[in-house]
Design a protein around this ligand. Structure first.
Ligand code: ATP
Ligand code: MG
Length: 366
């Protein structure tokens, strides 16, 4: 039965949010989602081993323990769940897990598995110790999800043969394997699935110093000459996201090659990113438009979402789902019960003095 479940509505909302993101940031360099033609370059820049992987120190240490102990015991490790926003390294870590174990890696995704038969075909052909990576695991169809429960726990699948009253389930043993699931929304996973993972790694946005290191490493791989100041500048504008950092690097490289001698200096990086409309904190045109409207047109707020959206000529969803989260995360904008309010940092970011009354705001809305 294809029953409704609470996760479905939330899953649809997520898919819509990703579509909104893709549509609203089609020409933006700071979208956390991968472009269709970005996968080849991304795989060239992926760290292959845990020691090459920058940042996420806690996750790295946790994984290192799990993998080392599994190797010592000569048994596949527990199933692993990787949770976190797009572009932070989930796919990269899944590949590293297989490489560290010296295991084969099978890659699929929730949306690619339409029927439970598709999953049965994958599971029954796994070899012992293989790593099965299911990306976007929160989008797995329910019958497949139920098949996965049994496979994860007992290394068994029930293959249903025939239809109607004569249908029989034939149990089929499968080789012990390790499932690595990735999700941008751990909260959407049904509890029985979440509980079957032995370990969940929560990935967080990267610190500027970590992104600087990543940018310098990528520059080395791409053969781009990059000064330390330029690396720091790119890191500061990358919104805590390695995917964005690598993308900014490629665009400033283009600029340096065409307009200068190929070396990316601080001046070149700044000029290029001004041209591409990525500002000092990584805000793009849409983000700045939202902040600018709140401050300049509505005196800093509070202003309601729909009024703000109309003033910008954008969909309310675009403002709320695509632009606001980052503005809130950097402390430039606050969502309050009475509407959106620009913070003192928000005013300062636009080069304006905040009104004196704002000094009291944080206590009001904290
Ligand atoms: N810690 C890191 N060190 C170096 N590069 C990284 C790191 N994390 C991610 N990257 C780079 O960022 C890019 C995106 O990473 P990845 O594809 O693993 O993200 P993801 O979390 O799987 O994103 P999505 O949710 O969109 O699938 C890759 O090119 C990868 O090389
Ligand atoms: Mg991925």
């Amino acid at each position: 039965m294809q029953g409704e479940r609470p996760g479905d509505a939330a899953g649809d909302a997520l898919a819509r949010a990703e579509e909104a993101e893709l549509a609203a940031r089609r020409d933006s360099l700071v979208s956390p989602l991968a472009d269709a033609d970005e996968s080849a370059i991304e795989s060239a820049l992926r760290p292959r081993r845990l020691t090459d992987f920058t940042g996420q120190a806690r996750v790295r240490e946790q994984l290192s323990l799990i993998l080392t102990s599994a190797l010592r015991r000569g048994r596949p490790p527990d199933h692993l769940l990787l949770a976190g926003p797009p572009g932070l390294g989930k796919t990269t870590i899944a590949m590293i897990v297989a490489a560290e174990l010296g295991a084969l890696l099978r890659v699929t995704s929730g949306p690619a598995i339409e029927r439970s038969g598709d999953l049965a075909a994958v599971l029954s052909t796994l070899s012992e110790g293989e790593v099965l990576f299911i990306d976007e695991i929160h989008r797995l169809a329910r019958p497949a999800e139920e098949m996965l429960y049994l496979a994860m726990e007992d290394f068994r699948v029930d293959v249903v043969v025939g239809k109607g009253p004569g249908a029989t389930a034939i149990p089929l043993d499968i080789a012990p394997f390790t499932l690595v699931g990735a999700t941008t929304r751990a909260g959407l996973l049904p509890a029985p699935l979440r509980d079957r993972f032995g370990f969940t790694a929560h990935l967080d946005f990267y610190a500027p110093g970590e992104l600087e290191h990543i940018v310098r490493r990528s520059a080395g791989l791409l053969g781009v000459r990059l000064t330390d100041e330029a690396a720091a500048e790119l890191a500061a504008r990358s919104r805590g996201t390695p995917r964005v950092a690598n993308r900014l690097l490629r665009r400033v490289r283009d600029y340096a090659e065409v307009r200068a001698d190929g070396q990316v200096t601080l001046e070149i990086a700044r000029a290029a990113l001004e041209l591409y409309e990525v500002d000092a904190r990584g805000l793009d045109r849409l983000d700045r438009g939202v902040l600018d409207a709140v401050v300049r047109r509505f005196g800093g707020g509070p202003v309601g979402l729909s009024t703000l959206a109309v003033a910008l000529g954008e969909e309310a969803e675009t403002v709320e789902v695509v632009a606001e989260p980052f503005l809130v995360r950097c402390g430039l904008l606050a969502r309050t019960p009475r509407g959106r309010v620009a913070t003192a940092a928000g005013w300062a970011h636009l080069g304006l003095d905040p009104p004196a009354s704002l000094a009291e705001l944080p206590t009001l809305f904290d």
